[in-house]
Write a protein that binds this ligand. Structure first.
Ligand SMILES: C[S@@+](CC[C@H](N)C(=O)[O-])C[C@H]1O[C@@H](n2cnc3c(N)ncnc32)[C@H](O)[C@@H]1O
Length: 197
């Protein structure tokens, strides 16, 4: 059922509803460290269950994401170095679908792409680029869907955030992250945290 999909509150709940993993392609170690880290943290915070930094290894990003996991909880998986073709192939063998986020794709608002994605009820690998992505990303062999968060070029971080929020219908924003050391106590003003046992 389209609307019954994103109901879970705990990190385990969201993951077990349907697994979404984000693959970041084209990371340039000299200039993309901060943005790639932000893509990974956006994926984690907005309900994805894992992140693959494909084709490259960047220990600094791994350490940052793992530190956030240790402090703020959840069961977010981080993987790096795997060639994107292998990641896509493995994902499809396991029965998942691939959604490529691109300004050239079907408009998320104007098309029924999200409805069609949901109706398949399969785990989703989301591909986001950095530099210009290989042509194959747009092909049927790689992407089951090419989805545009508006047909204007902007940012992988923004595109991912909007897609996840639409997919989970905002419910990911109240997700509870288990095994956290620290949690934020929302305030009208100021900053308050509590130490979790
Ligand atoms: C900064 S863009 C660079 C795009 C690159 N110059 C090209 O021509 O393919 C990096 C990534 O952000 C994502 N992106 C940017 N705008 C988007 C949009 N409107 N909808 C969906 N994804 C978008 C895509 O995943 C893209 O690969």
């Amino acid at each position: 059922m389209e609307n019954s999909e994103p109901a879970a509150k705990t990190s385990k709940g969201i993951a077990s509803t349907r697994k979404i993993v984000v693959l970041r392609w084209g990371h340039r170690p000299q200039r993309d460290v901060r943005l790639t880290t932000h893509v990974a943290l956006t994926a984690r915070a907005l309900g994805a269950s894992g992140f693959i930094l494909s084709d490259t290894v960047d220990q600094k990003i791994k350490e940052t994401v793992e530190k956030v996991n240790r402090n703020w909880g959840g069961e977010f998986l981080f993987e790096m170095g795997k060639p994107w073709k292998t990641a896509v192939k493995d994902w499809k063998i396991q029965g998942g679908i691939v959604v490529h986020l691109t300004a050239y794709g079907e408009n998320l608002q104007a098309s029924d792409a999200l409805k069609r994605i949901r109706s398949l009820k399969k785990d989703i690998l989301i591909l986001v680029g950095s530099q210009k992505v290989p042509k194959e990303f747009y092909s049927e062999e790689v992407s089951d869907f090419n989805v545009a968060v508006g047909n204007q070029p902007h940012s992988e971080c923004a595109a991912l955030a909007v897609f996840l929020d639409r997919f989970f219908e905002g419910k990911e924003l109240t997700k509870v992250f288990g095994n956290a050391k620290i949690a934020i106590v929302p305030q009208k003003r100021g900053k308050k945290t509590r130490v979790e046992c």
